[in-house]
Design a protein around this ligand. Structure first.
Ligand code: IPE
Ligand code: IPE
Ligand code: MG
Length: 261
């Protein structure tokens, strides 16, 4: 499969009943804890249990790619104690979970500007990705110090460095997309945001072009297999037109997949 066939604006993607790629904003940890008169960070620890359950359920249902927003490029604005707690939690989690991931055939990927993290986190991230690189099951991507704008800009910088004599007309999707941090995956089919907010918060801005957007009030630590199933059922009822009319969809199986215009 060529890289370009991953673009929903260049090629009409194949649609399956279960989403191939699910991207989640795991929001509501702090409120989950505050409601229980616990410190906000207790919500992050609890949120980890939800991560384990959702990874397992996605793998069981045959989802190919699960992408989780763990820390945004704007989350550095939080109080230093909370940021520090999250950093320790990342490191501890990677150390504790890596064997289980590789036993379960899960390939771990990290996206985001990891250079801002401590050396220990960077090294562990590299080791974890190497150790799971041959996983043939679910690809689990963790977005850490990730921002959608950063992603487009870093891709543009790399594209220009690789092609120094670019003319304005050369700046096309095909030039940029190989350098985006999720170039290894199809675009998300389903986006889920827990915690009640209906915003993207600088998540996969480029990649969400034709993604179905699902918002739920459920706080992330309460999000479980039943909640995931609700999102999948909602997703399976969407009519994904990618710019076409409803009528065209009934005959579209006779059109070549690359017939995007
Ligand atoms: C999401 O939960 C986790 C991270 C951003 C790391 P929050 O911490 O944003 O929880 P709320 O939104 O304050 O409840
Ligand atoms: C988005 O949640 C980032 C993560 C879940 C990692 P935030 O809680 O940071 O988003 P805003 O600030 O409410 O938009
Ligand atoms: Mg939040």
């Amino acid at each position: 499969m060529s890289i370009n066939s991953n673009s929903s604006t260049l090629v009409i993607p194949k649609v399956s009943a279960v989403p191939r790629h699910v991207a989640i904003i795991m929001d509501g940890n702090g409120r989950w804890a505050t409601k229980r008169f616990m410190p906000r960070v207790a919500g992050h620890s609890q949120g980890l249990d939800a991560v384990r359950k959702i990874v397992e359920e996605c793998a069981r249902q045959g989802v190919e790619y699960l992408t989780l927003f763990a820390f945004s490029s704007e989350n550095w604005r939080r109080p230093p104690e909370e940021v520090g707690f999250l950093m320790k939690l990342f490191l501890k989690t990677m150390r504790g979970e890596i064997s289980r991931l590789s036993e379960n055939n899960i390939r771990l990927k990290m996206i985001g500007d990891l250079t801002r993290f401590d050396k220990a986190i960077q090294e562990m991230a590299e080791f974890s990705q190497e150790k799971t690189a041959n996983g043939k099951g679910l690809t689990l991507t963790i977005a850490a110090n990730y921002g959608g704008r950063w992603d487009v800009l870093q891709a543009m910088q790399k594209a220009i460095s690789a092609n120094p004599n670019l003319a304005p007309d050369d700046i096309r999707e095909e030039l940029l997309t190989p350098y985006l941090s999720m170039a290894f995956a199809p675009e998300p089919d389903l986006f889920i945001r827990t915690g009640g907010e209906q915003r993207i918060s600088n998540y996969l801005l480029w990649q969400l072009a034709y993604t179905e957007l699902y918002f739920t009030d459920t706080l992330w630590p309460d999000f479980d297999a039943t909640e995931l199933q609700k999102a999948f059922t909602w997703y399976s009822q969407r009519e994904r037109r990618f710019g076409r009319t409803s009528e065209q969809l009934t005959t579209s199986h006779t059109l070549p997949l690359s017939d995007a215009v």
